[in-house]
Ligand binder design. Structure first.
Ligand code: KIV
Length: 273
């Protein structure tokens, strides 16, 4: 029964209170959204990771708001049960509060997402609060924040020293006070993520942050073995769809070249009237 009920933002807080973990995966198109919906995934994140796995860039920096709206619309069209959250890409929420609210509004209104996600801690808390005030649900994202790859000097683990860990806890608390409904904790020591999770009322969703979070997220292309770029150590690969696609495409090409496809049963024949 629960499987077919739309996941809504207040449900997530109840999940945390009841100790029931939240399963989130990225999705970028309607077909994948329908499949992940059938699998009972709670949250579909239209991540700006699409810059890397869909568009072929090395980072998420070149992703535009238009691209995010386009993919969010496709995922929202496919998902009937999961909560759809869309990323605000690089520099769409830093210039001014008004611009940030308008950009977030596009992901909701044109993209069909139920909520937006934005990277950063205390420095983005004020704009997060403004969005929440404007009626836009916001998910936070701290730890490794890929949009800051150049400032950080690479995709580096966060919170390794005590002051860094304290800063992450502070960031999480400030975001919670700003009204975000959940926070992604990316690539940090498990102990730090567990401490943040214990001190917040809102749920945490971990990626490379250990088992102590209230939920987990993975980039679906990594989890399903569809991305042949760098796979971080924290990824568990649940399938090898990339190899299956290569094998299927090879079999198709051999059939075409050998004259075995199309066969009789794939051929439309119309009797002349
Ligand atoms: O863009 C993305 O896919 C993300 C997840 C890795 C959390 O932000």
């Amino acid at each position: 029964m629960e499987h077919f009920t739309r996941v809504r933002i207040p449900d997530l807080m109840q999940r945390k209170a009841a100790g029931r973990k939240i399963a989130m995966l990225t999705a970028y198109d309607a077909t994948m959204a329908r499949l992940l919906d059938r699998a009972g995934i709670d949250i579909l994140l239209v991540g700006d990771s699409l810059g890397m796995v869909i568009q072929g860039y090395d980072t998420t920096i070149p992703v535009t708001l238009d691209a995010m709206v386009h993919h969010a619309r496709a995922v929202a069209n496919g998902a009937k049960r999961a909560l759809v959250v869309a990323d605000l890409p690089f520099l769409t929420y830093q210039v001014s509060d008004a611009e940030a609210i308008r950009n977030a509004g596009r992901l909701i209104q044109d993209g069909g997402a139920a909520a937006v996600k934005m990277e950063g801690g205390a420095p983005v808390a004020r704009v997060a609060a403004k969005m929440v005030e404007a009626g836009i649900p916001v998910m936070g994202h701290i730890g490794l924040t890929p949009q800051a790859v150049h400032r950080l000097g690479g995709f580096r683990i966060a919170g390794k020293t005590e002051p860094e860990a304290e800063q992450l806890l502070e960031d999480a608390k400030v975001l919670e006070a700003a009204g975000v409904f959940a926070i992604v904790l990316e690539l940090m020591p498990a102990g730090v993520a567990a401490r943040i999770t214990a001190e917040l009322k809102i749920p945490t969703i971990g990626i490379g942050a250990g088992a102590g979070c209230d939920g987990q997220v993975l980039v679906s292309y990594d989890a399903f073995g569809m991305f042949d770029g760098f796979a971080p150590k924290f990824v568990k690969q649940y399938a090898n769809l990339g190899e299956q696609v290569v094998a299927a495409a090879q079999a198709y090409a051999e059939d075409v070249r050998g004259g075995r496809f199309p066969a009789e049963e794939h051929t439309v024949s119309v009797k002349p009237k």
